[in-house]
Design a protein around this ligand. Structure first.
Ligand SMILES: [Zn+2]
Length: 242
C-alpha cells in the first residue's frame, strides 16, 4: 500500500524556523517498473512525484526537497514579503498525499522559486516534475473518471505546457549554468532535452541535441546507448507525422 512506502521526514524551515514533518518515499522500498522517455521513474503502487515538493505549513515556503534548505538571506526576505502574506494554511493528507494535495504543494514550490529568483534549472526541474504529476494523475484517474475524456485532455494540456516550460528553462540553464545541474551531467541534460522535444513533437531540435550526445566520446556509454534508442524513436515518430 502507498502509505507503507512513506515516512514522515523532519524539516526545519529556513524562512520562519518552524519544525515540521513532510511525507517522503522510503528509499529502496518501492518496486521499479521502468521509466518514461523523459527519465520519469515509475514504481509499482506509488507515484513518487507526489512527494518531492516540501512545503512549510507555517509560512508557505516550498521547494523540491534537495533545494529546500539552500537559501540566502536575501531570498528568505523575499519569501517573507511575497509568499507568506498570501499563504493560507491548509492540511494535507494524513496517510498519503492526493494528486490535489501534491499539485497545491508544487504550486507553492514554484511560486517560492519565482519569489526567491531561483536559477533557471531549479524552476525547470519543478516544471518537469509537475508535468510528471499531471501525467501520473491522468494515468491514475479514479474508476468513475477513467473514461472522462475531457478531464484527460485537460490534464494532457497542462502536462504539455509544463514540459514546454521545462524545456525552455533547461535550454536557458544549459547556456548559463554549470554542471552537474539538478544532479545531471551535461549529457544527461541534453538527452533529457531531446526527449522533451520529442514529446513536444519538435523533432528537429530533438535530433540536433541527441546527435551531439551520440557522437561525443566523453559521454558515458549508457547515455550514448539511450541516445541511440531515442534517435530511432524520433525517426519513427517524425515519419508518422509527415
Ligand atoms: Zn516556514
Amino acid at each position: 500500500m502507498e502509505k507503507d512506502l512513506l515516512l514522515d521526514k523532519s524539516y526545519q524551515c529556513p524562512v520562519c524556523g518552524a519544525a515540521f514533518k513532510s511525507k517522503t518515499v522510503k528509499s529502496g522500498r518501492a518496486k521499479s517498473t521502468g521509466s518514461d522517455l523523459d527519465l520519469r521513474p515509475k514504481y509499482s503502487g506509488i507515484d513518487v512525484a507526489k512527494y518531492e515538493a516540501v512545503v512549510c505549513p507555517e509560512c508557505g515556503y516550498g521547494a523540491l526537497a534537495k533545494y529546500f534548505a539552500e537559501m540566502t538571506s536575501a531570498q528568505i526576505k523575499r519569501i517573507k514579503e511575497k509568499i507568506t502574506p498570501q499563504f493560507i494554511k491548509k492540511e494535507y493528507g494524513r496517510d498519503i498525499y492526493s494528486y490535489e494535495d501534491a499539485i497545491d504543494r508544487y504550486k507553492l514550490a514554484y511560486a517560492s522559486a519565482l519569489a526567491k529568483e531561483a536559477k533557471a534549472s531549479e524552476k525547470a526541474y519543478i516544471s518537469l516534475k509537475m508535468a510528471w504529476l499531471m501525467r501520473g494523475m491522468r494515468e491514475n484517474l479514479p474508476k468513475e473518471e477513467e473514461d472522462n475524456e475531457t478531464k484527460k485532455k485537460e490534464l494532457a494540456g497542462q502536462e504539455e505546457k509544463l514540459l514546454q516550460n521545462a524545456a525552455s528553462g533547461f535550454m536557458e540553464a544549459r547556456m548559463k549554468e554549470d554542471f552537474p545541474m539538478c544532479g545531471m551531467d551535461e549529457f544527461t541534460v541534453d538527452y533529457l532535452l531531446a526527449a522533451l522535444y520529442t514529446e513536444l513533437e519538435k523533432y528537429e531540435d530533438a535530433i540536433k541535441l541527441i546527435s551531439n550526445v551520440i557522437v561525443n566520446r566523453e559521454a558515458p556509454t549508457r547515455i550514448r546507448e539511450k541516445g541511440k534508442e531515442l534517435k530511432e524513436i524520433i525517426g519513427e515518430k517524425s515519419k508518422n507525422k509527415s
